[in-house]
Design a protein around this ligand. Sequence first.
Ligand SMILES: [Zn+2]
Length: 278
Amino acid sequence: MIERLERKLQITGKIVFETGWRIGSGRAGLTCDLGVLLDAEGLPLLPGSSIKGKLRSTCEALAPALNLKACLLNSAFSNVDCASDVKWYTKNRDDYETQLRNGPFSQLRWIEAHTCDVCKLFGSPVRAARLRCSDGRLVNPMPYLVSVRDGVVLDRDSHTAAEGLKYDYETVAAGTAFEVSFDLDNPTPQDEALLGAALFEWAAGSTLGGFTSRGLGRFRLEINALRGVDLTDPQQRRRYLLEVQPHNKLSDLGDWKTYFQTKIDKQLQAAATAAGGA
Ligand SMILES: [Zn+2]
């Protein structure tokens, strides 16, 4: 069963690095939450999956403030039931299989009822994502973009340099900027409040990549447009179907801050009402 596409929202902007940032070394044992690729010309490309992973953790951190649920893919730890957590799912498999036998509607209703707000937005093994992140495309190629620094391997327990273990790591210069877009299909009010809060956080500045404790990886998101389409509106639907310029398919929705502020306020009001009624 395929969900009918009724509404689309698109945020476009730039991720601008205020400091240098680290490209994953690929060395075993060294953690880096940012896998960076080099394109055919040796220019760095920010994979959409890395951007999405970081955005997911931002949303996980902000969800409680909006009275939304985040399972952290670990129901036992987060105390939030979610079918995305394999252990939780395995425990509740009989219940799921009963719904499965009752037909696709029951199955989908069960998944909807047992998926946390973050997994609804970002997707999970049992559920398609409503949010997509493009790859970050470098907008300002500069000479000496990628440089190699010396690093020492730190002993994880003592935080001192491990004897004789040195390695090189590559960093990308400060000032690099990457064009990105975020696409939301059929967003719910909760999706918009959660994503909106994350966009405000990124606009204020956040970090990506490894070695952020050494001052690397600081970036901010500069949003330049918010566009959308409501396909239930005949005029908008016609334009969406007939327009050949991708950016003209959607209409400008005005200032992104005003738009998302309204969504966040509504969610906060709903949370306050729920708390008052409890
Ligand atoms: Zn979840």
